[in-house]
Design a protein around this ligand. Structure first.
Ligand code: AMP
Ligand code: MG
Length: 416
């Protein structure tokens, strides 16, 4: 199975969740907007000054030059948050950053560029030695957002900048898609939870469950509500029971391990028994076995839960998650653009032996603008994902020579 086809097929099955909810804009980081946001006002609401200085009518200071400065009386003082009166011709207004431009003024001269003096009778005067351009240091009403404009589209994942923009429109609450409920479970009799057994007391053959930690963290970052169902023993009945229970109250059941077709791999028969399953041998490395299917809800509950089974090898689990589960979970929340951006960068390494499968090589950007390769690309070596800051997406059957342009996907993007 080709990776792109697998993703297409998954996305086709990811019907966005219909339920939406109102959340406080403060709490909406990472959530997905369920409604277009249209601005009910101009941002900024009115013309205002972007400097501390003096607002003028340009016509009044048109002739100003260093040799023939123009002096104007200061007729009002306008601070941010306060209102102004229209500017009397032949005068200047003392103005501060963010303060509304008085009617009639068409430029601001910054305070560093003027001279000030007080006349004998105590009046403030300001001296201009250059003629300002119309619009100088003025932020126009609506230059950020115009009233009636669509500012953010439904399906946008909200980040800090989007929250700030929504707040600038006066929106204290936003309609977002509800969080997907995901049940996470690991399979494997060899697995031990950190904390349950001390390293020096680990029985032979036992390893710590590492997948559960990064999978949970990645799901949480994607806005999911995660139920951690722990480790399921390698037995048919335990697997069936755990999956059937989880299907009731979850949108997605995600497992790691046990999706090969060995005698100790119980996921496939269990999911087939409870619903339906496609087991794919995806032409990617690390990765390969990946299961997708559904589990029917029983006992009065209706519908079905999505099922995804990741390979057990940590880096395979990690990569299949970021390349397949991540876009799926985002689409469940209605995100329209689920593709991960890539960059073309020079390889500062070589791959002499081409692989039959499309390979995701753990690499790291170096100080010379190129990519270095981690020495051990084995699918069990999680150190590669910590050392690396991304992967090179190397097409099947391709060797890489030093200096070749390659496609780089950063972990910053893949884990966002
Ligand atoms: P499996 O896919 O169950 O055949 O497992 C493949 C390899 O991944 C085996 O070496 C497992 O011990 C290892 N593995 C499976 N699940 C985990 C896990 N949760 N954490 C760390 N290693 C795992
Ligand atoms: Mg196993």
């Amino acid at each position: 199975m080709d990776l792109d086809r697998a993703l297409e097929s998954l996305l086709a099955a990811a019907q966005p969740l219909a339920e939406t909810q109102w959340v406080d804009t403060f709490e909406a980081d990472g959530r997905v907007l369920a409604q277009h946001l249209v601005s009910a006002l101009h941002v900024p609401p009115q013309d205002n000054s972007s400097m501390d200085g003096y607002a003028v009518r340009c016509a009044d200071v048109q002739t100003a030059s260093p040799t023939h400065p123009v002096c104007l009386p200061v007729s009002q003082r306008i601070a941010a948050g306060h209102s102004s009166q229209s500017l009397q011709p032949g005068t200047a207004a003392r103005i501060f950053t963010g303060a509304p431009l008085p009617l009639g003024a068409d430029a601001v001269v910054m305070q560093e560029d003027v001279g000030t003096e007080t006349t004998a009778d105590g009046a403030s005067m300001v001296r201009f030695s250059t003629a300002p351009a119309v619009g100088q240091w003025v932020r126009r009403a609506g230059e950020d957002v115009c009233r009636g404009a669509q500012v953010l589209a439904a399906g946008t994942r909200l980040g800090p900048a989007e929250l700030g923009l929504a707040a600038s429109l006066g929106l204290a609450r936003l309609t977002v898609c509800r969080r997907p409920r995901v049940a996470l479970l690991s399979t494997g009799d060899e697995l031990v939870m950190p904390g349950a057994v001390a390293p020096e007391a680990m029985p032979p053959g036992a390893i710590y469950n590492s997948n559960r930690f990064f999978l949970r963290a990645m799901l949480v970052r994607l806005g999911c509500e995660v139920t951690d169902l722990g480790i399921v023993p390698d037995s048919r009945s335990a697997t069936v029971q755990a999956l059937a229970d989880a299907a009731h109250s979850h949108d997605l059941i995600l497992t790691s391990g046990g999706v090969s077709v060995g005698e100790e791999d119980h996921i496939k028969p269990a999911v087939e028994h409870l619903g339906g399953l496609d087991l794919w041998q995806i032409a990617m490395k690390p990765g390969k076995p990946f299961a997708h299917g559904h589990i029917r809800r029983t006992g009065g509950a209706h519908g079905q839960a999505h099922f995804m089974g990741l390979p057990g090898n940590p880096v395979s689990s990690f990569m299949t998650f970021v390349l397949l589960v991540r876009p799926f979970v985002l689409r469940l929340q209605g995100v329209t653009d689920v593709a991960c951006p890539s960059q073309v960068l020079p390889a500062h390494f070589s791959v002499v032996k081409a692989d039959k499968r499309r390979e995701f090589l753990r690499v790291r950007r170096n100080l010379h603008g190129g990519l270095d390769l981690f020495s051990n690309q084995s699918s069990g070596v999680l150190t590669s994902a910590v050392w690396g800051d991304g992967v090179v997406d190397n097409p099947a059957g391709t060797t890489v020579s030093h200096g070749d342009a390659v496609r780089y996907l950063s972990f910053a993007d893949l884990l966002a």
